[in-house]
Design a protein around this ligand. Structure first.
Ligand SMILES: Cc1ncc(COP(=O)(O)O)c(C=O)c1O
Length: 381
């Protein structure tokens, strides 16, 4: 997920302009004369709309904050249930707990994302929202999940923090649900250091998000900011102009980032011998290709290849290196025991995989060598 790998003079130039062209205004609102009418967070939001073909975007302080804000905007209240999936990042569960709701966890299917059949079983009268997560660049079966949510009139919040730029049926992930979430933290496809965004075509939802993330401010044009109108209580999850300056440049690099991923991913995939199993991609989908996942059924062989890859200088990321942050059975502090007991099949599934990161800083040709090393490992067993 290497937006951070290509930070360069362009981002620096945009940050410098904050001081040379808009007199050091780092705040997203107000200071109209001093900033000479330049609003970088708002411009970043416009650019996100253009890129993802959405009506509305809102930039916020993190992906985690974005999920929480979206839950509030979808009307999730204490005592409600929100369904998410076993292979995940803890942020979804934290956001659900933070709004006072109960996290309900589905198993994963062969996509390693939310299993639609299990989702059907987990829906109850208390279910208010569903958060499928497109993990490590690969789409969930979002059309099936959307059908189920529509049938039960449940809000769909798509966590697309890890798959910014991936598509299904030529439509960007994050644009299928009522709300889409992106993260721009330092490990993501594009980065603002910390930061996130909410995208939606739903005016009412985005209006609530805008107000809630900014102490309830309605940005009423009839009043200066200090006298602004307010209807609902809010909080502060604003993005700064510094982050937006970086984000605008990073977004302009996203197509290039995706094509650089694709070059390296395709070389590695093509080099791997045909009997090596990789993570399946659903029909008509394009991964953001920042991670190639290998399936190795035998646990001894798996351990050996992980050690072999590490000793050859090829990392293995989230699976298994950071699995405790990415698999629900490790979150006993946030999820009820009864929920966790059902997830053994998912655990078995995910533990068979190894996630190899694709890095733009590494030359494409190197991935041929990685593929050859992996083939050699298996042929020497
Ligand atoms: C799937 C997923 N959701 C949410 C988040 C939270 O994003 P942030 O780090 O911007 O709060 C992350 C970040 O790692 C993530 O991977």
């Amino acid at each position: 997920m290497p937006g951070n790998e290509i930070i360069d003079k362009k981002e620096l130039a945009e940050i410098t302009k904050i001081f040379t062209k808009s007199d050091g205004v780092l705040f997203a609102h107000g200071y109209d004369n001093r900033r000479k009418n330049i609003f970088r967070v708002r411009n970043f939001e416009k650019n996100l709309n253009k890129f993802f073909k959405t009506k509305y975007s809102l930039c916020v302080s993190s992906g985690t904050a974005a999920i929480k804000i979206a839950l509030k905007a979808c009307g999730v209240k204490p005592g409600d249930e929100v369904i998410t999936q076993a292979f995940n990042f803890i942020a979804t569960v934290e956001a659900i707990v933070d709004v006072g709701a109960k996290p309900i966890i589905t198993n994963i299917d062969d996509t390693l994302n939310m299993c639609p059949e299990d989702l059907k079983k987990k829906i109850s009268k208390k279910t208010k929202a569903v958060i499928p997560v497109h993990m490590l660049g690969f789409p969930a079966n979002i059309l099936e999940i959307k059908k189920i949510c529509n049938k039960h009139k449940i809000k769909l919040i798509e966590d697309n923090c890890e798959s910014v730029g991936a598509k299904l049926n030529n439509k960007y992930l994050g644009t299928f649900g009522d709300v889409g979430i992106m993260s721009f933290d330092f490990g993501k496809n594009i980065t603002t250091g910390e930061g996130g965004s909410i995208i939606s075509d739903n005016k009412k939802i985005i209006k609530y998000c805008k107000e809630y993330h900014d102490h309830g401010h309605e940005l009423n044009p009839k009043f200066p900011r200090g006298m602004d109108t307010v209807t609902n209580p809010g909080f502060n999850y604003r993005m700064t102009e510094l982050q937006a300056a970086v984000g605008i440049v990073q977004l302009s690099k996203l197509r290039k980032i995706l094509s650089e991923h694709k070059k390296r991913y395709s070389i590695l995939l093509k080099t791997l011998s045909s009997d090596i199993v990789t993570r399946p991609l659903i029909n008509n989908a394009t991964s953001s290709m920042d991670t190639l996942m290998l399936k190795v059924d035998n646990s001894n062989i798996r351990k050996k290849i992980i050690n072999y890859l590490r000793s050859s200088g090829i990392g293995v990321k989230n699976v298994p290196d950071a699995i405790k942050w990415h698999f629900a059975t490790y979150w006993k502090h946030a999820i009820s025991k009864a929920q966790l007991n059902n997830l053994s099949k998912s655990k078995e599934k995910i533990e068979k995989f190894i996630a190899i990161p694709i890095s733009i800083r590494i030359k494409p040709a190197h991935y041929k060598k990685v593929g050859v090393k992996i083939n050699n490992f298996f042929s020497n067993l």
